[in-house]
Ligand binder design. Structure first.
Ligand code: AMP
Length: 391
């Protein structure tokens, strides 16, 4: 995807509105993972160093109207300590008082607007609301990759009223995710997991012609076994996708690698009895919640010889320790691999964090849904909108 980039258009001495994705996890008002904040620092520091004043905005959570639980106050606090400067949280994101405050900002000063989703107009991409947001600034930078698949006022609409470009985080995401799908080093291996086939059909269709191997694990693998006529017991089945899975196996069976054994248990619970069975012998009263040891060895071997690996979705219920080994083994094999390793956000990003290997990956995407849509080949509205009024 082409978009004007801040790096190529180093705006200076302006008031710059920056859309970030500060939708961070909170527990009792405390940020439990600040990666989305630290990933935004490059753009913010760059703008400050060019004499700009920086007006940050973001959503947090899914508030219905104004809600204290979804205030960006904890983010302002964390930003202040990371940037070593006071980052004031303004009481709202639009209106004459906010505009006036933004107008008075000095070069290098940083403020954070309050949650854009306190206004229902945000998600409706209301033009008047977008215009009001734009009125706070002279230039717009979108750096919210995690929200770039949404056409909202602060991600897309605002670019109708200001010259704009993509920040460094979006640039990084486009570069790594783009390289994986456009010019991967072969062998190119995709690993796909997660619960439902139907959620990944567009991704499979886009990737299958490009990859050398497609490893399928997790809840979605049982639909493929079913399509092969195997018994899957009580394992997850996506009934509506059996035919599609059968077609894929018929047409691309040489590329598709399915698990050959599973960890099974009678109920979806973390502490039930478990056993290891091969893929032809899943008992009728049991469900597979992880891939088994021989599948782990096969998957690791494929990863070991790969030039590029793209991972999207856990291969087991990794949130429960008894069913985490398959996903852990993938994470560790990626960490040990010399391939370009790209982790496509969401649950796989959580898994590499959980197993302590996130920093061993070439790239861990900050966007779950956005990375999925990008890898499916879709246009992301928050990126497509940039540069309409110049950059
Ligand atoms: P998705 O949101 O489709 O990427 O699915 C991610 C979820 O799939 C994770 O929460 C996993 O716990 C779950 N998952 C992975 N393997 C299985 C499985 N064998 N059975 C049920 N759920 C699974």
């Amino acid at each position: 995807m082409q978009a004007p980039r801040l790096r190529q258009h180093p705006v200076a001495n302006k008031k710059v509105l920056v859309r970030c994705d500060f939708n961070v996890p909170l527990e009792n008002g405390t940020i439990t993972d600040d990666r989305r904040i630290t990933e935004a620092l490059h753009t913010i520091e760059f703008l400050r160093s060019h004499g700009n004043s920086v007006i940050l905005c973001s959503h947090l959570g899914r508030p219905k109207g104004v809600s204290l639980d979804c205030s960006l106050a904890p983010v302002a606090q964390r930003l202040s300590s990371l940037l070593k400067t006071d980052v004031h949280l303004l009481a709202d994101c639009v209106g004459p008082e906010i505009r006036e405050r933004c107008n008075q900002l000095k070069p290098g000063e940083v403020v954070l607007l309050e949650n854009v989703r306190f206004h229902p107009e945000e998600e409706k991409n209301d033009p008047e609301f977008a215009q009001q947001l734009a009125a706070n600034a002279e230039y717009f930078v979108n750096d919210a990759f995690g929200t770039a698949h949404r056409a909202h006022a602060s991600t897309a609409g605002v670019a109708d009223y200001l010259p704009s470009s993509a920040g460094f985080l979006i640039e990084k995401e486009l570069e790594f995710l783009g390289r994986a799908v456009e010019s991967p080093k072969h062998p190119f291996v995709a690993i796909m997991g997660g619960s439902k086939v139907k959620d990944k059909i567009a991704l499979i269709n886009n990737l299958l012609p490009k990859v050398d191997r497609l490893i399928i694990g997790g809840g979605m693998s049982y639909t493929f076994l079913k399509a092969q006529g195997k018994e899957i017991g009580k394992s997850l089945l996506d009934e509506t996708s059996i035919e599609y899975a059968g077609q894929l196996l018929a047409e691309h069976g040489d590329k598709i690698v399915l698990p050959t054994d599973f960890v099974v248990t009678p109920d979806f619970a973390p502490d039930g009895p478990t056993s290891i069975v091969d893929a032809d012998h899943i008992p009728a009263d049991q469900m597979g919640l992880d891939v088994g040891p021989s599948s782990r060895v096969t998957f690791s071997g494929i990863i070991h010889t790969a030039g590029t690996v793209l991972w999207n979705g856990p291969v087991g219920v990794f949130e429960m320790d008894a069913f985490a080994n398959g996903t852990k083994s993938i994470a560790e094999s990626l960490a040990a691999s010399s391939a370009m390793t790209i982790v496509g956000g969401g649950d796989s990003a959580a898994a590499v964090e959980k197993f302590g290997v996130a920093d061993k990956m070439t790239h861990v995407s900050t966007g779950g849904g956005a990375s999925l849509e990008f890898l499916e080949g879709k246009i992301l509205p928050g990126i497509a909108a940039l540069g309409k009024l110049g950059s």
